[in-house]
Each structure stands twice: as structure tokens, then as C-alpha cells.
Design a protein around this ligand. Structure first.
Ligand SMILES: C[S@@+](CC[C@H](N)C(=O)[O-])C[C@H]1O[C@@H](n2cnc3c(N)ncnc32)[C@H](O)[C@@H]1O
Length: 288
């Protein structure tokens, strides 16, 4: 019997015993997790039961992972993956420290924010960590069906579904921080201006819009040659759920990014930080 099938059989047995024999059920879930380390059924059961071996116990955040999460799938199929569940969860910590560093550098410390909108939040790779630091102060938004409901139910944040077209987007309220990690890295360049305006409209006076873009030199290292406008769009991404023409992979030069901000948000001061997220994304901070 293959590892996945073996694990599924153990999970089924464990589920049937959960109420009548919780100790045995836990043993079976642990055996399933050992057999198939990528198995979210076993992982989520251990989290739900607050097993001593659960990640939530030592990370002190809700560590449930939605099986529809395409970012988790990215980690699970990554060539360097050795423990994708742990790698996925720890990567959210990394984002927290990277965001805090950027916000400190522009004198807008995260913990002083009264309200933060995490836009393009997916299934909460990062949201779970934010929700612990800013309880009651986080709102999320994404287009993927189920993603916002999952974040609301699991992490206790507020949320609303986004739109494919920024002109149809209605963001409730204004926020000290609007954070958009790795969405412009996927949007067709011709749509950037409208998105920048729609997202900036949700920033409180004195607040900031923080977004990430691909680093120009990193793109060149990957063999990209930029067009005359400073962009290179590939109609393909990690997502199987989204239309690749509207959500692909977007590589850009720094001067393209700076021109877009200046055109869409004229006169707004902004800061550009190279390699601020992961090993290949720059941060742009626009002051509200
Ligand atoms: C690369 S993922 C990053 C997810 C999350 N920010 C993170 O760091 O884990 C990009 C996200 O953008 C979302 N997205 C794409 N188009 C969107 C739109 N029109 N409105 C809101 N989110 C969108 C996708 O569904 C996906 O969750």
C-alpha cells in the first residue's frame, strides 16, 4: 500500500474512533502523519485535537492549513522541501519579521497600527501570525473561493472577498497599513495603475501602502529580458485556480515600478527597498 493510501486508511480509522477512544485515535493520526509527512488530514486533526505534537502548541498560532491552499502546495512540491508543513508555517514568521523591519525603517511600527488590511492574503500563510500580533485589528481579502471564510473562522480576523476588476472593488473602511505581498508580482502590468489607486484609496491619512514586486536583478539572473517598457509577463503561475492571463508571473524593472507609482499616485512620497521579502522581492512603501 502506498504511503498516501496507507495514511488515508489510518485517518479514516482514527476519525471513527475520535469520540469513543481518543487515545487510540491520536495514535492513529500520529501514525498517519509519520507515514505521509505532507498529509494535511492528519496534520489538521492533530491541530484540532491540540495534540502534544501539534505545531500550534509551540508556535502559539493556529496552524491549521486549508487543503485548497496553493501556497502550501508550492512548499510541498518545492525541490528543497524536507518538512513542508513546518517550512510553510515558519515562512509566515519570516514575513512577519521582514514586514516589521520595513515598517520600522519608515517609522510606522507594526504594533502601533490600529488597523491593517492584508490584501491578497490567500489561505492565511501570513495571516495567522499577524492575527496574534494585532488581535482584532486585521482585515483580509482575496479572490479565491473559501479563502476569506477560512481566515475569518480560523484566525478570528475580519474579511471581504475581492474582485478581479479593481474598479468593482469596494474596500470597507480605511487602514493604517494596507499590505499586499506578492500580488503585483502576478498581475498584468497594464492593470497595475488601477490596482495601485484602488488599494491606496483604503489607506488612512498618515498610513502606508506596502507592496512587493520582483527584484530586477533577480529577474535577470533567472534569464529574463525585459521589454522596452521594463516588464516581462508570463501567463503561468503557481495557481491552478486563477486565469493565467489575469494572474501570471510579472517581472519588472525598478524604473517601471517607480514610473507606475508616480503616474498612479502623483506627488505621493514613496520608499523603495531592494530584496526585502524572500530572496527576490523588493518592497515599495507609499505614504498616505
Ligand atoms: C502569491 S499569492 C500570495 C498570498 C499571500 N500574500 C502570501 O504571502 O502568502 C498571491 C495571492 O493573490 C491573490 N489574488 C489574485 N488576484 C487577486 C485579486 N484580484 N484580489 C485579491 N487577491 C488576489 C491570489 O488569490 C493569491 O492568494
Amino acid at each position: 500500500m502506498g504511503a498516501t493510501r496507507g495514511a488515508e486508511a489510518l485517518i479514516e480509522e482514527a476519525r471513527a474512533l475520535e469520540a469513543s477512544n481518543p487515545e487510540r485515535s491520536l495514535e492513529l493520526y500520529l501514525a498517519a502523519a509519520e507515514r505521509d509527512r505532507y498529509n494535511l488530514g492528519a496534520h489538521n486533526a492533530l491541530e484540532r485535537l491540540r495534540a502534544p505534537q501539534s505545531y500550534g502548541r509551540w508556535m502559539r498560532v493556529d496552524c491549521t492549513i486549508d487543503p485548497r491552499d496553493e501556497i502550501y502546495r508550492f512548499f510541498a512540491t518545492h525541490p528543497l522541501a524536507s518538512n513542508p508543513i513546518r517550512e510553510y508555517l515558519a515562512d509566515g514568521w519570516r514575513t512577519l519579521s521582514e514586514l516589521m523591519e520595513i515598517l520600522e525603517s519608515v517609522d510606522r511600527p507594526l504594533t502601533r497600527s490600529r488597523s491593517l488590511l492584508e490584501f491578497a492574503s490567500g489561505f492565511g500563510r501570513f495571516t495567522r501570525h499577524l492575527a496574534r500580533v494585532l488581535p482584532g485589528r486585521v482585515t483580509v481579502s482575496d479572490v479565491q473561493p473559501g479563502s476569506v471564510d477560512f481566515a475569518r473562522a480560523q484566525f478570528g480576523v475580519k474579511g471581504f472577498y475581492s474582485e478581479g476588476d479593481p474598479s468593482a472593488l469596494r474596500i470597507p473602511g480605511k487602514h493604517d497599513i494596507v499590505f499586499v505581498l506578492s500580488m503585483f508580482t502576478h498581475l498584468p502590468p497594464r492593470r497595475w495603475g488601477a490596482w495601485l489607486q484602488a488599494l491606496f484609496a483604503a489607506v488612512e491619512p498618515g498610513g502606508v501602502l506596502v507592496l512587493s514586486v520582483h527584484n530586477e536583478a533577480h529577474g535577470r539572473e533567472l534569464g529574463v529580458s525585459y521589454g522596452d517598457d521594463g516588464t516581462h509577463f508570463i501567463a503561468s503561475s503557481e495557481s491552478t485556480a486563477l486565469d493565467p492571463g489575469a494572474y501570471g508571473t510579472t517581472l519588472t524593472t525598478r524604473s517601471f515600478v517607480e514610473r507606475q507609482i508616480a503616474q498612479a499616485l502623483p506627488g505621493r512620497p514613496f520608499h523603495y527597498r531592494e530584496i526585502a521579502f524572500w530572496n527576490g522581492q523588493d518592497a515599495v512603501v507609499v505614504e498616505g
